[in-house]
Write a protein that binds this ligand. Structure first.
Ligand code: ADP
Ligand code: TRP
Length: 311
């Protein structure tokens, strides 16, 4: 069986972009693959410096995964910091790649372009992510479009290591759900926690309604493009065509239809999520960490031998 690995930062409440870009493909693929799902808490530390918030987010994300349909008895759900081999291997990769190479990374470049100072963790971010993926001899990484470059970095890290020390890592492939590769937010830009334009995946019906009603509608066109673009994640083009034609200019009816579509996806998940306690979530993560470490420690032992630090 081939292996699949993905990660999500515990940096805030999940939104429907995360669902279609990362969670849904993962749930579907996890039927065919041996699956690993990691909460990237050390990646989150590059931007989040609120311990109480981070702690709550980690527990919440674990619940979200399970509520979204991932079976913790099958998939290994764990948190990055529970498996120290990740940061250890990241260091090894950082010693193999050059500064100009890392300067090409989008997250770093965007920060600098905004005139902000990037911390060294953000700069090295792609190497920690490479370590996440490569420790598990991953075949496939389901992610949203914005993570494509990071998977290329992981392949580069694997190739550089193999070149320097002999064949050790296999090069992973990304798996991007093309039809809804990027779900736009309420303002038409990419839906993202950091833009405040999200529709929450586990929001109440009121919260979902409020978010949908706030979608910016362009007044001149025949149909509200922003609403349509989000709706495309839920329905096919032909399913939407009749709805949008029947309600030309009736933006309220169209938004109400979108709310119903979001509700029918999220209401059952919300119910399941409410039944998972904090203690359940922590037990799932502890069990996941134990299972992940079996793989990570074996791989890292091999790496230590190869690079010459085990004597
Ligand atoms: P955010 O942009 O809200 O901070 P993350 O960067 O934590 O989201 O992304 C987590 C996962 O969800 C990644 O695999 C990412 O590609 C995917 N993702 C995030 N936003 C979207 C979106 N708008 N459309 C599709 N996938 C997305
Ligand atoms: N960088 C990813 C994001 O922001 C999260 C992540 C960390 C990840 N490690 C990973 C995704 C390994 C896939 C594989 O969405």
């Amino acid at each position: 069986m081939q292996r699949m690995f993905t990660g999500l930062q515990p940096s805030g409440a999940l939104h429907i972009g995360n669902y279609f870009g990362a969670l849904k493909p993962f749930v579907e693929l996890s039927k065919e693959y041996e699956s690993f799902l990691m909460i990237a808490d050390y990646h989150a530390l590059t931007s989040l410096k609120e311990p109480a918030e981070l702690r709550a987010n980690i527990v919440n994300v674990a619940k979200d995964y399970v509520a979204a349909g991932i079976d913790p008895a099958k998939a290994v759900i764990f948190k990055q910091s529970d498996v120290p081999e990740h940061t250890e291997l990241a260091w090894v990769f950082e010693c193999l790649v050059t500064v100009p190479f890392l300067m090409q990374a989008h997250a770093y470049k965007d920060k600098v372009a905004k005139g902000l100072e990037a911390n060294a963790g953000l700069f090295a971010y792609p190497m920690l992510m490479a370590a996440d993926i490569l420790l598990y001899d991953t075949d496939v990484v389901p992610v949203g479009q914005d993570q494509r470059q990071h998977i290329e970095y992981a392949r580069e890290a694997a190739a550089k290591f193999n070149n320097a020390f002999g064949e050790t890592f296999q090069e992973p492939k990304e798996r991007i759900l093309e039809t809804v590769a990027v779900v736009p937010g309420t303002d038409g830009k990419k839906m993202s926690k950091s833009y405040g334009n999200t529709i929450p995946l586990f929001g109440t019906k009121d919260e979902i309604t409020k978010a949908v009603m706030s979608i910016v509608t362009d007044s001149d066109g025949e149909r509200p493009e922003n609403v349509h673009a989000i709706h495309r994640a839920f329905k096919t083009e032909s399913e939407l065509a009749s709805l949008y034609e029947a309600n030309t200019k009736n933006y309220k009816a169209i938004k109400e239809a979108l709310i119903e579509d979001i509700e029918s996806l999220t209401a059952p998940m919300r119910e399941k999520r409410d039944s998972i306690s904090d203690a359940d979530a922590k037990a799932i993560l502890q069990n996941g960490a134990e299972r992940a470490r079996v793989f990570a420690s074996a791989k890292m032992k091999h790496v230590r031998d190869k690079i010459g630090i085990s004597i």
